[in-house]
Design a protein around this ligand. Structure first.
Ligand code: SF4
Length: 134
């Protein structure tokens, strides 16, 4: 939808704090600035993976995602890119390393055709650019 209406960049100054990026894990990066506190990774890690790696700490504007280790670093956990928690983030806050921009800008699904033509990606096969969300 954002592509369709031309929303390609934020227009207002962000008022939330700038948070560090954690690249301490060999397979994944967490960009805490992208996190919307949906808690999908928290529940997936706790309820599916049985690892309890993530939690939300603080309230209101102070609320933020934390990693359950003394250092707060993902690299100090037994997190795996095969974990459910690694696959559920809707914003790309939890990213797989070495795969950024796998499809170059200009060749992505909605770069080629508008969403009004492509429709719901969940109904497309992966070979046609579809992507299923669990
Ligand atoms: S799934 Fe992503 S957006 Fe949701 S709480 Fe976890 S890191 Fe944040």
């Amino acid at each position: 939808m954002a592509y369709y209406v031309g929303m390609l960049a934020p227009h207002y100054t962000h008022f939330y704090p700038r948070r560090p990026v954690d690249a301490s894990h060999p397979e994944a990066v967490i960009d805490f600035n992208r996190c919307i506190l949906c808690e999908l990774c928290v529940r997936a890690s706790r309820d599916v993976d049985g690892k309890n790696i993530f939690a939300v700490q603080g309230r209101g504007i102070q609320a933020h995602l934390v990693v359950n280790t003394p250092s707060g670093k993902l690299g100090a956990t037994d997190f795996s890119i095969r974990d459910k928690a690694a696959q559920v983030c809707p914003t790309g806050a939890i990213l797989t390393k070495h795969r950024g921009y796998e499809i170059p800008i200009g060749q992505r699904l909605y770069d080629r055709k508008p969403i009004s033509v492509v429709g719901d990606v969940a109904t497309l096969s992966e070979s046609k650019g579809g992507r299923r969300h669990d």
